[in-house]
Write a protein that binds this ligand. Structure first.
Ligand code: NAG
Ligand code: NAG
Ligand code: NAG
Ligand code: NAG
Ligand code: NAG
Ligand code: NAG
Length: 455
C-alpha cells in the first residue's frame, strides 16, 4: 500500500514538475513540508502574473492519509469561503493564494491541493487551469534519547550478550542510530538491530566491542539528538603474550646472555583487566615460581647451564591464562652469535656442553698458569727434608703450607671420592667423564701424613 502510494506520489511530483516547467503562473517552492506539531505551517505560493490583469478562482483541498478529501477554502480575487470546520484552523487572505495552517496536529497530515483558474483580461474566455500539490507531515520533535545497557556491568568476551536500548520520551517517526567511539554501527553477524533500530543486540561480545556507545534519535523535524555516552567494558585476554629483553641475543625462544650480565626480562600480554604474571623456573625438571609481576631479573653468573623459564599471564576476570617458555643460555656472545634460529633442545644441549667445555678449559688453563703444580709438588716433596731438621713437629703443625689449589674429583659409579692435589690436574684432561670441582684454597688439613704422598 505504502509503496504504491509512494510511487503515485513520485509520478505526481514528476508530472507537477513537468507542468511547472510549461507554466510559470504559479510556483510552490516545496513539494513536501515537515511540520512541527503545535506550530503553524505556511503553504507558500508564488504568483507569477499581475493579479490586476486577471480574474482568479480556486480551491484549497486536503486529502488525509486515510484518503478522505475536504475542500478547505474556495476563493476568488475578492472573496474566500473557508469550510466551517476549519475556520479557526486555516487562514486564507485573498487575493494572496498562500494558505496558513495554524497549530498543526497529526490530523493535518496528508496532501494539500491547490486548484487555480486564471482568466486574463486581455484574453477573456480563455481560462488557464493550474494544479499544485504539497505533502505535509506533522511530527513532534525528539526529546533527548536515553541509552541503556543490559547487563549494566562489565562482561566477559565470548561469554555474554549485551543489549543496548535507546528510547525517547517525545518524538514521532523516530529513527535511531548507534555509534561506538563516534563510528556508526551497521548490522553484522554479531550486531542485531530491532526493526526501528531502537535496540542493538551484540551476541556474543568480543574484545573489539569495548568502547563508548551513543545513540542518536532523529525524525523529520529533529536532525539528531545525542544520548549521553555509555561505556562498554569487555574483559578479554590474555592475548599475544611475549617475553622480551633489551639485553642479550634473542634467537627464537632462546636468549643468550654474556656471563656476569644482569638481565631483565619483560612479560607482556594484551588483557583486560591487566594480567597477573608469574615467572617459573623449570630447573632440574621441577617447576618453581621464582617471581611475580611483569619483570624478572636474572644474574647470569648464577646459571650453571641453559635454563628453562616460563612466564605465565593470568586474567582473573576471564579465567584464562597464557604462557611463554624461553631458554636462557650463558655464553660469550662474541663466539655464540652464529646460533641458528629455531634451535631445538638438542641444539641447546650441544651449545651448553660446548660453552661449559670452553669455560672448563679456560679455568684449567688459568689454574695451570697460577698453580704451577710442579712448584707445589716440589714443596711437598721437600717438606720431609725440612721436617727432618725439625723432628718435634708433626706434618699438621705446618698446615699453612698446605694451602694451595686442590681438586675434588668424583668418579661416576664409585661412591668414594678422592682428594688430590694440583698434580692430578695434568691427568684430568683425559678424564672427560669425571665431575671435577676446583677449589683454589682449602682451609683444611689432610688427614693422611705428608709421607704417604711420597709413596
Ligand atoms: C502572500 O503572503 C505572504 C506572507 O504574508 C507574502 O510573503 C507573500 O509575498 C504574499 N504573496 C503575494 C502574492 O502577495
Ligand atoms: C496578456 O496579459 C498578460 C499579463 O499582463 C501578459 O503576460 C500577456 O502577454 C498578455 N497577452 C497578450 C496577448 O497581450
Ligand atoms: C547469547 O545469545 C545467543 C543467541 O544469540 C544465545 O544462544 C546465548 O545463550 C546467549 N548468551 C547469554 C549468556 O545470554
Ligand atoms: C537501522 O540502522 C541501519 C544501520 O545504521 C540502517 O541502514 C537502517 O536504515 C536503519 N533502519 C531504520 C528503520 O532506521
Ligand atoms: C621429569 O618430568 C617428567 C614429566 O613431569 C617426568 O615424566 C620425568 O620422570 C621427570 N624426570 C625426572 C628425572 O624427574
Ligand atoms: C583480580 O585481580 C585484581 C588484582 O590483580 C583484584 O583487584 C581483583 O579483585 C581480582 N578479581 C577477581 C574476581 O578475583
Amino acid at each position: 500500500m505504502e509503496a504504491t502510494g509512494r510511487t503515485a506520489l513520485y509520478i505526481c511530483s514528476v508530472l507537477f514538475a513537468l507542468t511547472e516547467v510549461s507554466s510559470e503562473y504559479i510556483h510552490m517552492p516545496a513539494l513536501v513540508h515537515h511540520g512541527i506539531e503545535g506550530d503553524p505551517l505556511f503553504l507558500f505560493v508564488e504568483t507569477h502574473f499581475p493579479l490586476d490583469d486577471a480574474e482568479i478562482q480556486g480551491t484549497w483541498s486536503h486529502t488525509k492519509l486515510s484518503g478522505s478529501r475536504t475542500t478547505l477554502v474556495t476563493f476568488t480575487k475578492d472573496t474566500a469561503i473557508t469550510d466551517m470546520m476549519y475556520r479557526n484552523h486555516v487562514l486564507f487572505r485573498e487575493p494572496n493564494v498562500s494558505l496558513l495552517i495554524q497549530n498543526l496536529n497529526q490530523g493535518d497530515e496528508g496532501t494539500y491541493h491547490l486548484s487555480l483558474n486564471i482568466e486574463f483580461h486581455n484574453k477573456t474566455g480563455q481560462v488557464i487551469k493550474e494544479e499544485r500539490s504539497v505533502r505535509v507531515t506533522v511530527d513532534a520533535p525528539v526529546s533527548t534519547p536515553v541509552i541503556e545497557k543490559s547487563p549494566s556491568y562489565a562482561v566477559v568476551e565470548d561469554k555474554a550478550n549485551v543489549t543496548w536500548t535507546c528510547s525517547v520520551e517525545r518524538g514521532t517517526r523516530v529513527v535511531f542510530q548507534w555509534l561506538r567511539d563516534n563510528v556508526p554501527l551497521v548490522p553484522s553477524d554479531r550486531y542485531h538491530f530491532s526493526r526501528d533500530n531502537s535496540t542493538l543486540l551484540i551476541s556474543p561480545v568480543k574484545k573489539e566491542d569495548k568502547g563508548t556507545y551513543r545513540c542518536v534519535a532523529s525524525n523529520p523535524v529533529s536532525p539528531g539528538e545525542d544520548s549521553r555516552a555509555l561505556e562498554l567494558n569487555v574483559y578479554y585476554g590474555p592475548y599475544n603474550l611475549e617475553v622480551s629483553s633489551v639485553q642479550g641475543l634473542r634467537t627464537g625462544e632462546v636468549f643468550t646472555i654474556n656471563p656476569g650480565e644482569l638481565v631483565f626480562f619483560e612479560c607482556q600480554a594484551d588483557s583486560n583487566p591487566p594480567n597477573s604474571y608469574v615467572w617459573i623456573s623449570k630447573r632440574r625438571n621441577a617447576s618453581q615460581v621464582i617471581n611475580e609481576g611483569p619483570r624478572l631479573e636474572v644474574r647470569s653468573y648464577r646459571l650453571a647451564q641453559a635454563e628453562q623459564y616460563l612466564c605465565r599471564a593470568f586474567n582473573n576476570a576471564t579465567q584464562k591464562q597464557d604462557e611463554a617458555q624461553f631458554t636462557l643460555v650463558v655464553a660469550s656472545l662474541g663466539t655464540e652469535k652464529h646460533i641458528q634460529a629455531g634451535g631445538s633442545v638438542s641444539w641447546l644441549a650441544v651449545i651448553t656442553v660446548c660453552s661449559l667445555f670452553v669455560i672448563g678449559c679456560m679455568l684449567l688453563f688459568f689454574l695451570r698458569r697460577n698453580c704451577h703444580p710442579k712448584r707445589v709438588l716440589l714443596g711437598i716433596y721437600n717438606r720431609p727434608f725440612t721436617e727432618q731438621k725439625r723432628p718435634h713437629r708433626s706434618g699438621h703443625e705446618d698446615a699453612t703450607e698446605d694451602f694451595g689449589i686442590y681438586e675434588f674429583v668424583s668418579i661416576p659409579g664409585k661412591s668414594e671420592s678422592a682428594q688430590a692435589s694440583c698434580r692430578s690436574l695434568a691427568r684430568l684432561e683425559s678424564l672427560q667423564d669425571m665431575h671435577t670441582t676446583i677449589y683454589d684454597v682449602i682451609r683444611h688439613v689432610p688427614e693422611t701424613p705428608s709421607q704417604s704422598l711420597l709413596k
